[in-house]
Design a protein around this ligand. Structure first.
Ligand SMILES: [Zn+2]
Length: 285
C-alpha cells in the first residue's frame, strides 16, 4: 500500500530521495501527524529499496518498509513502563542505540523513525542521540517527525535537514465549518472549547482559511446591528452573546492574527495569543 501523502508533499520526499543525497538526520515537520508519519515511511522505503528508481514501491524491501515490518526500519514506540507516551532513555539505549553498531539485516542501511519526536523523546533522550547523529556512520539514518522542528532541542535541529510538509488549504465548506466551530468555542462557557478548536487548525494555511471565514461571520454580525438579519446560525449565536463593540474588537483581533500569519510567527504562540485576546474581548464587563 502506498502512503496517503498529498501529491506536493510526496514530490518533496521523492525529490530528496532521488537527489541521491539523503541527509542522515532529517526532521519532517508540518501538516498532520499521520501525513508526517507516512512521509517518514516513504523516505525509509527510498533508503532501503532494492529497485532502480527508489522507492520503486514494488520490491520486497519497499513492501516491507511500507508495511512497517522491514527489519532495518525501526519505529520506536513509547515505553510501556511509562504512561505518558515517552520513550524512556533506558529503552532508547537498550532497544535502539545499542543496535546501531550492528550491521543492517537486509538493506544497506538502518533507518530509525522517531514519530512525534517532541513527545516521544525527552531532552535526556535527545541528548543521548546527539553523539550518534553528529557523526553518523554511513549506514544510519534518523528521521524525526514533529509538528514544528522548533520543539526539538536546538542541538538536534542544527544537525538535521528540516523538511516542511505543506498542508492543503481548507475548502470553502471546511472553512465555513471551522468558522462555526470558532463561534461555538467563543460563545461557550468553557475556555477549553475555543482553545481546542484553534489548536485543531495546526497549520498556517488552515488557520488563515478558518479565520477569514470567521471574519465574514463577524461582519455579518455587525450588519445585524445595522438592521440586516441574514438568519445565519453562527451570526445569531454571536449577536445573542456579544454587543457591537465586542464584535468590532473581535474583527480587529482576527485581522491582526491573519496579518501575523503572513510573517514567520510560531503558530502555537499565535494561537495562544489569539485565544487570550478573544477571551478578554468576550468576557470583559
Ligand atoms: Zn523498492
Amino acid at each position: 500500500m502506498e502512503p496517503g501523502l498529498q501529491q506536493d508533499n510526496k514530490t518533496i520526499i521523492l525529490s530528496l530521495i532521488r537527489s541521491g543525497r539523503i541527509p542522515h538526520t532529517i526532521i519532517i515537520e508540518g501538516s498532520e501527524p499521520e501525513e508526517r508519519a507516512d512521509a517518514a515511511i516513504l523516505l525509509a522505503a527510498g533508503i532501503v529499496c532494492r529497485g532502480d528508481e527508489r522507492p520503486c514501491m514494488r520490491c520486497n524491501a519497499c513492501r516491507k518498509a511500507l508495511g512497517k515490518h522491514h527489519p532495518d526500519v525501526f519505529l520506536p514506540e513509547p515505553s510501556k513502563t511509562l504512561k505518558s507516551g515517552i520513550l524512556s532513555l533506558k529503552d532508547l539505549r537498550d532497544g535502539y542505540l545499542s543496535q546501531m553498531s550492528i550491521r543492517p539485516n537486509e538493506a544497506d542501511a538502518k533507518v530509525t523513525i522517531f514519530r512525534e519526536a517532541d513527545k516521544l523523546l525527552r531532552e535526556d533522550s535527545q541528548n543521548a542521540l546527539l553523539k550518534t547523529i553528529e557523526e553518523p556512520p554511513q549506514k544510519l539514518y534518523f528521521i524525526f517527525t514533529v509538528q514544528s522542528a522548533s520543539s526539538l532541542l536546538l542541538t538536534v535541529r542544527s544537525r538535521a535537514r528540516i523538511i516542511t510538509l505543506r498542508h492543503t488549504a481548507l475548502t470553502d465548506e471546511e472553512s465555513e465549518a471551522a468558522a462555526e466551530h470558532i463561534t461555538d468555542g467563543l460563545v461557550s462557557v468553557y475556555e477549553y472549547d475555543l482553545l481546542r478548536t484553534l489548536y485543531g487548525l495546526s497549520d498556517k494555511e488552515r488557520l488563515r482559511g478558518a479565520l477569514s471565514a470567521f471574519v465574514e461571520k463577524l461582519r455579518l454580525a455587525l450588519s445585524f446591528y445595522g438592521g440586516v438579519n441574514t438568519g445565519d446560525a453562527s451570526v445569531k449565536k454571536l449577536t445573542r452573546k456579544l454587543d457591537r463593540a465586542r464584535v468590532i474588537a473581535l474583527i480587529e483581533a482576527t485581522g491582526e492574527a491573519v496579518q501575523l500569519l503572513k510573517t514567520n510567527v510560531n503558530i502555537q504562540l499565535l494561537t495562544t495569543w489569539l485565544c487570550s485576546r478573544y477571551r478578554r474581548i468576550t468576557w470583559q464587563k
